[in-house]
Design a protein. Structure first.
Length: 142
């Protein structure tokens, strides 16, 4: 079985952003945090993580139904124009489950991951689940 992985990133309209990435192997696993801007990428943290934490995060991904999120969410789908919002992406692979999704000023709705909304709704819960599973006091953002 391949090691579980995920990458979560968000970038503001002004070029500032962040990236979280799980790098797991049979020997060690760590969560990397990078802050990005138009001019540089800084590796700010490398957090050791346990198999129990990874399993807890996978359970949260199942609860949020990320495996059925659409590939792309866009504010244009719902006839909304947002000029200074943000873009995000999330990809994960846990055993036979895979997802790869992104959005531009739009997110999957609470009601259904097939619906698009302007508020972060399920994406905010994804951030909270990551913070809870990996004991991150505050999710660092743009």
């Amino acid at each position: 079985m391949d090691s579980p992985t995920f990458t979560l990133s968000e970038t503001s309209a002004f070029g500032n952003g962040y990236l979280w990435q799980l790098q797991a192997s049979e020997q060690t696993s760590e969560l990397l945090f990078q802050k990005t801007s138009l001019y540089e990428v800084q590796l700010l943290e490398q957090i050791p993580v346990s198999t129990i934490q990874i399993t807890a995060f996978q359970a949260a991904l199942n609860l949020l139904d990320v495996w059925h999120w659409r590939e792309n969410y866009s504010s244009e789908e719902i006839s909304a124009m947002v000029l200074d919002g943000s873009s995000w992406s999330f990809s994960a692979e846990f055993a036979d489950q895979k997802c790869c999704c992104q959005g531009h000023n739009a997110y999957p709705a609470f009601v259904s991951p097939m619906q698009t909304v302007l508020r972060q709704e399920r994406f905010a819960l994804l951030l909270a689940a990551m913070g809870n599973a990996f004991s991150i006091d505050q999710i660092r953002r743009c």
